[in-house]
Design a protein around this ligand. Sequence first.
Ligand SMILES: C[S@@+](CC[C@H](N)C(=O)[O-])C[C@H]1O[C@@H](n2cnc3c(N)ncnc32)[C@H](O)[C@@H]1O
Length: 264
Amino acid sequence: MNLLEQAESDGDTFHEHSDVHFQMSCDLMNEYLKPQRGESILDFGCATGRPAVELASRVGKSGRVVGVDIDERRIALARAELIRLHSSHVPLTFVQGSIKEAMRLGPFDGTLSNMVFQWIKPVDRSIIMKDIYSSLKPGGRFVFLVFPTQTQDRFIFKDILSLLSPSGSLGSVWGIYLESVSTWLQLCTDVGFDIEMSDVKMVEGEEPTVEDLVALVEAAVPAFKSYMLSEKDVERLKQLYRSGSHEKIRYQCRVFTVLARKPL
Ligand SMILES: C[S@@+](CC[C@H](N)C(=O)[O-])C[C@H]1O[C@@H](n2cnc3c(N)ncnc32)[C@H](O)[C@@H]1O
């Protein structure tokens, strides 16, 4: 069994369902981070490494990319993918840990962090943000994307997870800590960042069936397994997401993007 098969049999399906995240990361690179040849870039919370591989192709051989993730299995998958791509000559390093473990490989021209900060407990965030700030060169940029508190009425995480914990909060039960747009911004400015751009927008997705939608949430939420849902729960979701005669399941999520810069 190879690493990918093993991780999937262990229940880590993130890699298999990472297309949505990958597309979001590429949009962040194109619209906000704009990595340049020769730059040194950190991908904070890189998971199985697809965006980091893309970043490496953009900074080229004269640049450097570090991907860091707290999840040991995902970093193992990222390293396996790097070997599979025969990319040992690409200056791309995967580190298991958090920002402290990645800092020593800096300083960085830019840091990307897609869909990570909502998984970090509020009590730990300021110190992590401070370390991200310290690990950047003067003028360095930090681009991150998170869920704001105001997601929308049909928020897939809430719709699916509240079937199992109707009265519990997403944070205390599932480890998803949403914040208001102003709290996310203040987290940056408190450590010294200047905010260059911030933007709330809607991301739209489509899955063939409700079961695929559930699998997407399973891949993103470590504590959730699709077998926890009863047939009645799945039926309820089908009713919620059925859109007229359209067979596919469509969903939307509001996301918040920030481009912050360390002053010169
Ligand atoms: C939803 S995934 C996003 C993956 C990736 N950024 C992408 O767009 O494909 C969130 C990742 O953040 C990682 N993570 C959460 N807290 C972290 C921390 N304190 N340090 C490093 N990684 C962390 C998780 O292990 C998980 O792989």
